[in-house]
Design a protein around this ligand. Sequence first.
Ligand code: AMP
Length: 283
Amino acid sequence: MLVFDKKAELTEYLTQQRQTGKLIGFVPTMGALHQGHLSLIEASLSQTDLTVCSIFVNPTQFNNPQDLEKYPRTLEKDRELLEKAGCQVLFCPGQQEMYPNVSYTNFSFGLLETVMEGYFRPGHFHGVGLVVSKLFHIVQPNLAFFGQKDLQQCRIIEQLAKDLFFNVSVVVVPTMREADGLAMSSRNVRLQPGERKEAAILYKVLQESANRLLAGEGVQEIKKAAERTLTNTTTGVRLEYFCIADGGTLQPVKDVQQHKQLALCVAGYVGEVRLIDNLLLEL
Ligand code: AMP
């Protein structure tokens, strides 16, 4: 695997590769890689000729300085995992390389970010938009792979690519889960053993709610029941939101009949760790 930390060197290498007709796949990450990230690498390897993975803990997308500080950093192990997975190129720039000057450009994504993560993490998607735009310019991928686990991020990147004429297809890859259903996340390592067990409640509630929706129960009823279960003190979850939204616009749903795809989304703290998850339902 080739490793670059300078954008100019990576761009030069990729220009040569593009000239030989190679289709370039891109998997942006913040490292602390797990099987979920590796499933994006596998998807890219199977759909493109050259897979570029980036590892950069992007400070502008953290609205909570403690979360940034505590974010796990395991570059050596990540490098080994990527090598084993067959990834061809790793880009791991330093802070100065990605942000050589103060940024003035501001991203806002309208209604797409007034809900859920956008509402609870003000400024988060500005940071995501900024760093992904920079990375898309550097890598110029044909296909870029993002995890459904961060569904709102996927919708925002799809919009960004469309609005800014990035010539890239955004591929959404299903969420990889632990045996008890917990969505894999770099943050899971920060859960204490008891919390780790409790965290499985998030997916369980999503599944139960999806079943109730399919059985024809009303949206408000299901939402209330889910919120009740998740805020029950014995579960140890500090719920931020449970939403039943349109799968495309992510706006809250009133009448299920009017939608082709629904997204059930949840976020909350287990101990000190903020976790998110979602399920998509085709109707
Ligand atoms: P991150 O390093 O957390 O920024 O994630 C990098 C990419 O991996 C994003 O597109 C995430 O949505 C994706 N990802 C994270 N966790 C999972 C998972 N459990 N399954 C699939 N993709 C994931």
